[in-house]
Design a protein around this ligand. Structure first.
Ligand SMILES: NC(=O)c1ccc[n+]([C@@H]2O[C@H](COP(=O)([O-])OP(=O)(O)OC[C@H]3O[C@@H](n4cnc5c(N)ncnc54)[C@H](O)[C@@H]3O)[C@@H](O)[C@H]2O)c1
Length: 273
């Protein structure tokens, strides 16, 4: 099964907000035709209305037995939204949920345990083809179904398969929510530059390019992030002075990041209760 098959049988997107539209842009970029996509969303964006002009089916009923149905509404809206795609449980459509915290068991109770369900946790860099998504499936999902989900998600970045669904909470805390931590790093680095006398625009340009460049280097280089950090750090120099603050085990980034990721992971678990 390939993207061609999805293009032929159709893809349904229930909810097309920030994450749904990030993925949709990636898929359209990779050649899925707007006419192969059905979006159900009571508050469609202007971009979706534009795409409807190019053939995308917007709030216009489900195609017969689509290849895949992606559930991309907020976890709290899932119960209200799901009946709109209940018909997919009749065929062999793969149901792929990206909702934080919401378990495979929940979807089996709502749709029936005969349905092939894939649970995934993507992230918003998918919009530029640089996302990372973790996936796992229920007992009904066959290897070929996971292959199809993987191929679709690879169109917007990397994919990792996990065996244990319980790991999704920590994955959400690291990579699902992680882009927000990095964007906040850019904001705070720029603000710190301003505090040291830089103009706001220059500070933001420096911070943004530094984070993007360091990320690209971390991904491309063979060295570990620790080695790359050491490569920046001259003995007795400026970086060492900053890292003494940032790497402090009691007050620096390590305990802060532990608490932040734990808070996200715990919240993901709570959403699943
Ligand atoms: N934003 C992220 O970074 C991110 C990352 C990974 C997973 N997720 C998951 O993706 C899902 C969507 O998150 P988001 O950030 O895109 O939220 P969002 O609020 O931007 O998008 C949700 C969309 O659902 C639509 N919607 C509301 N009620 C609906 C209904 N009854 N039927 C159909 N559509 C309906 C809304 O109009 C909106 O466009 C969540 O479950 C979230 O946990 C988000």
């Amino acid at each position: 099964m390939t993207l061609d098959m999805i293009d032929r049988r159709g893809l349904v997107l229930l909810g097309c907000g920030k994450m749904g539209s990030a993925m949709l842009e990636g898929w359209l970029d990779k050649g899925i035709r707007p006419a192969a996509v059905t979006v159900i969303d009571p508050y469609p964006s202007r971009r979706l209305e534009e795409l409807a002009g190019e053939g995308l089916r917007l709030n216009a009923g489900l195609p017969d037995n689509p290849a895949i149905c992606i559930l991309a509404v907020k976890p709290q809206m899932m119960g209200d939204a799901l009946p709109q795609v209940g018909d997919v449980a009749r065929g062999d459509t793969i149901v792929l949920s990206i909702a934080a915290g919401t378990s495979i068991g929940y979807f089996e109770r709502m749709l029936g345990d005969h349905v092939r369900i894939v649970r995934a946790m993507p992230n918003t860099p998918a919009a530029v083809g640089r996302g990372i998504t973790a996936i796992t499936g229920n007992k009904r999902v066959e290897d070929t179904d996971l292959d199809l989900a993987e191929e679709l998600l690879q169109a917007v970045g990397q994919v990792v398969r996990i065996e244990d669904e319980a790991q999704m909470d920590a994955i959400t805390g690291v990579s699902g929510s992680g882009p927000a931590y990095v964007f906040h790093l850019i904001e705070t680095l720029a603000a710190a530059g301003e505090a040291e006398g830089l103009a706001p625009e220059l500070a933001l340009q420096l911070a943004r390019a530094t984070v993007a460049g360091a990320g690209a280097l971390a991904e491309a280089a063979e060295e570990s992030p620790a080695q790359l950090r050491e490569n920046v750090t001259s003995k007795g120099g400026t970086t060492a002075a900053a890292l003494q603050i940032l790497m402090d085990e009691g007050t620096g980034l390590p305990p802060l990041m532990l608490r932040a990721v734990k808070a996200a992971t715990d919240r993901s678990r709570e959403l699943g209760e």
